[in-house]
Structures are given as structure tokens and as C-alpha cells.
Ligand binder design. Structure first.
Ligand SMILES: Cc1cc2nc3c(=O)[nH]c(=O)nc-3n(C[C@H](O)[C@H](O)[C@H](O)COP(=O)(O)O)c2cc1C
Length: 349
């Protein structure tokens, strides 16, 4: 599937609004590949997005799903009090810190029923039974991992393709565990180091992601053995993306660093550093999706007020290289940059 792409670029699934059927179709129509972001959507919204994507492109596309984790029962009382005070700035009360499964079973049924060409899983390994069900429907199974050890587990499970997420990636860590560096979601691997180890040990094609924002980066991971480069932040400002106006502006301003934080959702994710992240990160317990639900009304109120200081502004380390252009032009430019990079490197050997 991914080795035959005219352009070895995958437009990452980006839950919470940035991914749209228009973005996925634009990627596919430009010779690349796109994933719909099934996470956080209701099952009927996902089915609707699958239908709309099919109207906009005849090419294959994928759907990404969040695999629910076991409930984590940390004490959230202190954080709720912080959020009560934080919410007063925006006239919003914290939401109920409920655990839920993101409607995963119903969404999995929907992608199987709709025979989506590629299904990718993140946050946890899917069960072996679910892998078999998805493959029986004719779909390619992609599993997101962040370390060589996780790659071995996903390969053993029968994944057709791995999506390796390096630690410079924007958005939630795709790590399967929160052990090791607890704040950061497992051991942190740069994309090239992880790719090298995985290629040495696991015979499954790998899509590489994390901080890739230029055609030279795509060339780098392809020469290192990846079948494609998955890029998220590079498309956050694409015309077809659903990224909100204040978020786009913060990305365009470009002056902020990024950091990993649990402050917004209870699960490590990389975003632009803002006041909320600075003030609450060290206090946030590990409790996804309870913290996601608790902080959501506050983040939404901040977004409605156009205040980026309390919004989750997920972004990878090279977000400042993202362009405000149609996705097809971004992809065309990446191809041009990759060719230049390969030609430049060839002259050295
Ligand atoms: C706004 C945003 C939302 C994301 N949402 C998802 C998601 O729903 N599912 C997923 O597997 N990865 C998600 N990611 C991570 C991407 O799949 C990918 O690993 C990451 O964007 C790569 O790093 P980059 O942003 O530096 O390109 C998201 C990333 C961003 C920036």
C-alpha cells in the first residue's frame, strides 16, 4: 500500500478539528495519503466523514482510532481545584472527569462495515481479534509505536505497517505506555534512532513521523528505510485543514517553543508553550481521558474568546516551517525539496 504511493508522504490524522475530509482527499488527489482522525468523533460523525471523503476522492485513505486504555484512578481533586480557578478567567467551570472508551467499539465496527482501506491504531495495541476482523474486511492495519520494544510488540500482533512516532512529534505521544519518563510517555526516541533499531530487528514496513517538516526530512527517513513520512504540523495551516483561526495565528507567529505536557488531557502531548501549559504542567496527573473532559469547557471558552493562552495548541518541533497554502501545493513543494536534498547528498558520496 504505502510503497506504491506516487508521493511517499502521509498527512497525519489530527483529531480535534484540524483533519477534514477535504484535507484527506486533497492529500490523496495529490498522490500522497491521508488519514481521517476518528478519535474524539461520535461514530455517526466518523461515518459521515468517511462518506464525504469518498465523494471527494477515488483514491485510498485511512482512518485512525484511539484504542482506549484501562481507567487510571489517580487523585484528581487538587487538579480540579486548579481548573476551577483557571476556569474563572473564562467564565467556565471544569467538566466532569469521566473515563470513557471514545466509542471505540462502535467506531471500529463502522470502519469495518465501511471497508476503509487502511485503519491505524494509536494509544494502545488493538486486540488480536480486532486485527483479524479489520484484515478480514480487506483493510491494512497500521499500529503506532514510539520505541523499538513497542515495534516488536506490534509486529508480533500482526500489524501490516508500523507508524513510528519520534519524540519531536506534535500532538499526543503515540507511546503504548506511560512508564519510564512518566511525564513524557515512555522512553523518548528520536525518529532516526528508533527507525534504525526497528529496521534492524523487525521485518515490517515503517512509516516515520515526528518533527518532519521539509522535503529533506522525507528524504532522510526514506533513505533510513521508512516507506513514507507522516507529517502533521506541516499541514496544520493548510487551506483544507479545520485548524481554528487563533491556533493558525499562534502557529504563524512562530515565536513559541514546544513542550510535552499532560496539563490539557492527562496524557503527554507536544504543543506550543502557553500560560496554561507553564502553570499547570507539573501538577497534572496521568489520567486520560478524565483530564481531557475536565479541561475541555475551559479550553473551549478560551478558544471562543480567541485567547490562545489556555488552548491546547498541539504542534511538533518544526511547526514554524508550515505554510498557509493548499495541501497540494505543500505536497508539491515537499517533493521538490526532497529531490533537491537527494541530489545534494548524492554529490557527497
Ligand atoms: C493537532 C494534532 C493532532 C493529532 N492527532 C492525532 C490523532 O488523532 N491520531 C494520531 O495517531 N496522531 C495524532 N497526531 C500525531 C500525528 O499522527 C503525528 O505523529 C505528528 O503530527 C508528527 O509530528 P509533526 O507534527 O511534527 O509532523 C496529532 C498531531 C497534531 C499536531
Amino acid at each position: 500500500m504505502f510503497t506504491e504511493l506516487p508521493v511517499p508522504v502521509v498527512v497525519a490524522p489530527m483529531a480535534g478539528g484540524p483533519t477534514t475530509p477535504e484535507l484527506v482527499a486533497a492529500a490523496a488527489n495529490a498522490g500522497a495519503f491521508g488519514f481521517l482522525a476518528g478519535g474524539l468523533l461520535r461514530p455517526e460523525q466518523l461515518v459521515d466523514q468517511i462518506g464525504r471523503t469518498r465523494q471527494l476522492t477515488e483514491h485510498p485513505f485511512g482512518v485512525n482510532l484511539f484504542v482506549p486504555r484501562a481507567r487510571m484512578a489517580g487523585d484528581m481533586a487538587d487538579y480540579r481545584e486548579r481548573m476551577r480557578v483557571e476556569g474563572m478567567r473564562y467564565g467556565a467551570a471544569p467538566g466532569a472527569a469521566v473515563w470513557d472508551d471514545d466509542n471505540y467499539p462502535a467506531k471500529l465496527d463502522a470502519v469495518i462495515a465501511n471497508r476503509v482501506p487502511v485503519v491505524s491504531f494509536t494509544f494502545q495495541l488493538p486486540t488480536r481479534t480486532d486485527v483479524v476482523r479489520v484484515r478480514k474486511a480487506g483493510s491494512t492495519v497500521v499500529v503506532t509505536v514510539a520505541t523499538p520494544e513497542e515495534a516488536r510488540q506490534a509486529a508480533e500482533l500482526g500489524a501490516d505497517v508500523l507508524c513510528l512516532q519520534g519524540c519531536d512529534a506534535g500532538g499526543h505521544r503515540g507511546a503504548l505506555t506511560d512508564s519510564g519518563d512518566g511525564a513524557a510517555g515512555g522512553e523518548l526516541y528520536g525518529v532516526l534512532a528508533a527507525l534504525r533499531s526497528i529496521r534492524a530487528e523487525v521485518d515490517v514496513p515503517v512509516i516515520a513521523a515526528g518533527g518532519l517538516a521539509h522535503g529533506a526530512d522525507v528524504a532522510a527517513v526514506l533513505t533510513a528505510g521508512a516507506v513514507a513520512a507522516q507529517m502533521g504540523s506541516a499541514f496544520l495551516r493548510a487551506t483544507e485543514a479545520g485548524t481554528t483561526a487563533p491556533y493558525r495565528q499562534a502557529l504563524a507567529d512562530g515565536g513559541r517553543n514546544t513542550a510535552l505536557t499532560r496539563a490539557f488531557t492527562g496524557r503527554p502531548a507536544r504543543g506550543l508553550v502557553n500560560r496554561f501549559l507553564r502553570e499547570h504542567s507539573e501538577h497534572a496527573p496521568l489520567a486520560y481521558p478524565q483530564l481531557h473532559h475536565m479541561t475541555k469547557p475551559i479550553r473551549s471558552a478560551a478558544a471562543a474568546a480567541g485567547d490562545v493562552e489556555a488552548m491546547s495548541l498541539w504542534a511538533g518541533r518544526c511547526y514554524h516551517l508550515a505554510a498557509d497554502r493548499p495541501a497540494a501545493e505543500i505536497i508539491e513543494n515537499i517533493v521538490k525539496q526532497a529531490r533537491e536534498a537527494i541530489n545534494g547528498a548524492r554529490d557527497r558520496f
